[in-house]
Write a protein that binds this ligand. Structure first.
Ligand code: DQA
Length: 147
């Protein structure tokens, strides 16, 4: 069975209450439940993680090294600041998809730079929760392409 990690960065624990006009009304629990349902239908195994702390995200990524086939990550604000997350993802050498709920290219200029995007399989930005679901749907196809 394919296993993927879905990782959420800082402030995403407040989804549903945090700037709903930007990030929508669904909570992180709602999003994870939708991801889990889709993953079940595709026979994918998923492990979820959220943290507001950069080092916890780094440690969780390390824990994926022998455990997952791929990663879906919304690094949130760390997208724009974190060499450590970039290095952690490169260190485990697993393909990853970067997801943003909002369209970061249409917001403040500092959000247009990502420390991860050039190493990602893809970046999905601006589709809300559908971005996560599209990323989940992609994995079985990607694995077929690889083999
Ligand atoms: C975000 C976009 C980031 O710029 C921001 O810091 C977030 C969320 C998104 O999902 O749209 O926290 O990653």
């Amino acid at each position: 069975m394919l296993e993927i990690a879905v990782i959420h960065g800082p402030n995403l624990n407040l989804l549903g209450r945090r700037e709903p006009s930007v990030y929508g009304h669904q909570s992180l629990q709602d999003i994870n439940a939708s991801i889990q349902k889709l993953a079940d239908s595709l026979s994918l195994s998923v492990r979820f993680f959220q943290s507001n702390a950069e080092h916890e995200l780094v440690e969780f990524i390390h824990s994926c090294i022998d455990a997952v086939d791929g990663v879906i990550i919304n690094p949130a604000a760390f997208t724009h600041t974190s060499v450590a997350l970039r290095d952690a993802l490169l260190a485990i050498d697993k393909p990853f998809i970067e997801v943003h709920l909002s369209n970061v290219a249409a917001r403040e200029p500092f959000r247009t730079h990502s420390y991860l995007a050039d190493k990602a399989v893809a970046t999905i930005s601006g589709l809300g929760i559908e971005g996560y679901l599209a990323a989940v749907r992609f994995w079985p196809t990607y694995k077929l392409q690889e083999s």
